[in-house]
Design a protein around this ligand. Structure first.
Ligand SMILES: [Zn+2]
Length: 254
């Protein structure tokens, strides 16, 4: 058994973990298209891997609670296999997971989300919990954007992001057996292509327009995943794990 996973503990061991391990990590993902080369569960695979590594680094002070395997992905529904929750359903799931853990005595919950589409809901839930559970501390973190400086040092396309260089690199490091290397192909890689698609959403510094991914990229990919390397993936995952671990270490002292 894995000593950090709540789901592999007995209820007796869980009662002990409330005292010994004050932080619960909740991996959150998505069930959505990741282009022709990566699986639908890519965001969950990355979130669970990071949670495992963070828990291992924290050496007993955090447990990994139940995953949230499906996220908010209406923008990917034009692509086969995608399953989405509405924001209100995801918010209810997060609140109810958190409330159950709270009732057992945990007061620090950290959601690790591999999917940016969950971010808005996480922010909403965090605000609401300040009112409903004032003695609870609820934190959440994305993955790739934590390591934006590492991405900036990589050889990335002008347009990159979903299923592109950085995400594919992480999967080459974490779960290479799930990457269809022969099927990796570039998606939208240049701003001029987005302009041609009418995707004003990608302009920085202006209002945001939420767009369907099939309007941003014909194959659902932003960037060129063929440029991804496992070395870049290792650097990204190491940075993400270190930054989350540093946060929790400080949090435990607070
Ligand atoms: Zn993803």
């Amino acid at each position: 058994m894995n000593a950090h996973r709540l789901g592999e503990m007995t209820t007796t061991e869980a009662a002990g973990a409330v005292l010994a391990s004050p932080v619960v990590l909740l991996p959150a993902g998505a069930f959505e298209q990741h282009g022709p080369g990566l699986p639908l569960a890519t965001d969950l695979v990355r979130a669970e891997h990071v949670a495992e590594r963070v828990a291992a680094q924290l050496d007993g002070s955090a447990v990994i609670g139940p995953s949230v395997p499906v996220g908010v992905s209406p923008h990917h529904m034009a692509f086969a296999g995608t399953v989405t929750l509405t924001t209100t359903t995801l918010a209810a799931v997060l609140r109810e997971y958190t409330d159950a853990l709270y009732r057992h005595g945990w007061r620090k919950v950290l959601v690790i989300t591999g999917h940016g589409g969950n971010n808005a809901t996480l922010g909403t839930v965090a605000q609401d919990l300040l009112t409903t559970h004032p003695d609870l501390q609820f934190a959440w973190t994305p993955l790739t954007t934590l390591a934006a400086d590492v991405v900036a040092g990589m050889d990335v396309s002008e347009v990159h992001g979903h299923s592109g260089e950085a995400e594919t690199a992480q999967m080459l490091e974490i779960a290479p057996h799930l990457v269809r290397r022969g099927d990796l192909e570039p998606g939208t890689t240049r701003l001029a292509e987005l302009d041609a698609l009418g995707a004003v959403t990608r302009r920085a510094g202006g209002p945001r327009l939420t767009a369907r991914y099939d309007r941003l990229s014909a194959n659902g990919v932003l960037g060129d995943p063929r440029r991804a390397t496992p070395e870049d993936g290792a650097a990204l995952v190491d940075a993400i794990v270190a930054r989350i671990t540093d946060f929790v270490t400080e949090w435990l002292k607070a």
